[in-house]
Design a protein around this ligand. Structure first.
Ligand code: NAD
Length: 472
């Protein structure tokens, strides 16, 4: 298989072939680690979206006509091809995002696992049979593809972001237009190239470009049946309004302001390590990042001391762009910074792991997702106060509690407003077989990954069979 060694000018993938932007325009992609130019990519707009949606529409019927088992088999081949190139693609991801290679390798492995999981669903894709009030009638519920899917994703973990949507969408019989983040065109082109070699033309199309230029024509396109989006709540809200006007199916996986609670009976060393990893891994650019640490009064000072000492030596990558760094630094202005809070003196967009305290629960900093290596410490008197603070947020994605008490843990599990709850661990995300998603501003009720994802990429059809038409 040939994946182009020259990634300097990346075209779209439309109808099985490479295609530059019709305008000839490109945008620059810089390396976050030092600000140097990594590549340029097609700066697409309405014309490319039209072409990609038409290609997907043309390919979808024949793709859906294959059996789900066969589609799953092809997705398994895709996963194997990705695994065979894990080092190459992880190096590309590390370069385009600035994250450590180890992290990028782990993300590639997670994407591969999603391929295997989704492939297996091709052999299940279970429906149901049900009873009827009428004799002589058999009723089946079967899954059908939605049609043409627009898959719009964030930059933060590019390979899992593609895999979480593309693999189940394809197994379910949809054709798709993938709109990757403008911050990760290199990994998207690599992924598109793998797909080009293994899929029929047009089943997966990749359209590069700026969100404000490619997003709206894709979301508003009358021939797009499903918009599946992972990104910020503000973009998600825009998408929901605009796709909603034409009553398209919309799945939104949005942000978080996730809380990790440390009780006075917690194993403190463990709680510190999970807090660091939850807050700062991937430079805090995780929807599941612990950006709020809520600590019982009795252990607050000791926890704070240990956390700050470890945060000083914690190594994480840069944030994705200069704009993102400026935004985070702006949000920190005037805050009581305990450690970090400053740009590192080196090229690129590096922010020291940052801990802040004395922030009121209703302050902008407490409510807004920063998507960077910043976490806030809060002091609480007990569990009820902790739970109230966890829930005093516009978001409800993930949450965690550290305690030795099963009673406290179960009280937390019951009362917390979040799609994921972890006891004695980090505010981490999903595995391929586990549904993932949140409540409130973190989503609109869908779950991705797990068998739950099949509900996003299929529609139920209820089939009534009357075996003997002569019977009444
Ligand atoms: P973003 O909303 O800025 O961009 C996400 C994608 O949307 C990008 O591909 C972008 O180009 C595109 N886009 C921008 N404007 C658009 C428009 N008007 N119409 C259609 N598409 C448009 O988000 P981001 O900065 O890339 O990602 C960070 C956000 O993603 C955070 O809020 C994070 O929590 C969230 N996220 C959520 C999950 C989850 O599973 N819940 C996972 C990863 C990231």
């Amino acid at each position: 298989m040939s994946v182009s060694a020259d990634v300097k000018e990346l075209g779209n993938l439309i109808g099985g072939g490479p295609a530059p932007a019709a305008s000839g325009r490109t945008f620059a992609k810089l390396r976050p680690a030092d600000g140097s130019l990594l590549c340029r990519a097609a700066r697409s707009g309405m014309a490319e979206v039209d072409a990609a949606v038409a290609a997907a529409r043309a390919a979808q019927g024949a793709w859906a006509a294959r059996t789900a088992v066969e589609r799953g088999g092809i997705v398994r081949e895709l996963a194997l091809a990705l695994r065979a190139r894990r080092v190459q693609v992880a190096e590309l991801v590390a370069e385009e995002t600035g994250k450590p290679l180890e992290l990028a390798l782990g993300e590639c492995d997670a994407a591969v696992e999603m391929g295997f999981f989704a492939a297996g669903e091709g052999r299940r894709l279970y429906g149901r049979t049900t009873t009827s009030s009428m004799v002589n009638r058999t009723v089946l519920a079967t899954r059908r593809p939605v049609g043409v899917a627009a898959l719009i994703v964030s930059f933060n973990t590019p390979l899992p972001n593609y895999a979480w949507k593309v693999f189940p969408a394809l197994v379910c019989g949809n054709a798709a237009v993938l709109k990757p983040s403008e911050h990760t065109p290199a990994s998207a082109s690599f992924f598109g190239e793998l797909c080009r070699e293994l899929l029929p033309a047009g089943v997966l199309n990749v359209v590069h470009g700026l969100g404000s230029e490619v997003g709206p024509p894709l979301v508003e396109h009358p021939d797009v049946d499903l918009v599946s989006f992972t990104g910020s709540a503000s973009t998600g809200r825009w998408i929901n309004e605009h796709a909603g006007r034409r009553l398209a199916k919309v799945c939104l996986e949005l942000g978080g302001k996730n809380a990790l609670v440390v009780c006075d009976d917690a194993a403190l060393d463990r709680a510190v390590e999970w807090s660091l990893a939850s807050a700062f891994s991937n430079a805090g650019q995780r929807c599941a990042a612990a950006s709020r640490l809520i600590v019982f009064d009795g252990v607050y000072d000791e926890f704070r001391e240990r956390l700050v000492a470890r945060a000083r030596e914690y190594e994480t990558g840069p944030v994705i762009s200069e704009e993102s760094l400026d935004r985070i630094l702006g949000a920190l202005r005037g805050a009581n910074v305990v450690v970090g809070g400053a740009r590192l003196d080196r090229p690129g967009w590096w922010l020291a792991p940052t801990v802040v305290e004395d922030v009121p629960a209703d302050a902008e900093l407490s409510c807004r997702e920063l998507f960077g290596p910043v976490t806030i410490l809060y002091r609480v008197g007990g569990l009820d106060e902790a739970i109230a603070l966890v829930n005093d947020s516009p978001y409800g994605l993930t949450s965690a509690i550290h305690t030795a008490s099963l009673h406290r843990a179960m009280g937390f599990v019951d009362a917390v407003e979040a799609g994921v709850v972890v006891v004695n661990g980090g505010t981490h995300g999903s595995e391929a077989h586990m549904g993932f998603g949140g409540v409130k501003d973190s989503g609109t009720g869908w779950r991705e990954a797990g068998v739950e994802t099949l509900d996003v990429y299929t529609e139920w059809r209820y089939v009534n069979l009357i075996a003997d038409p002569t019977l009444t």
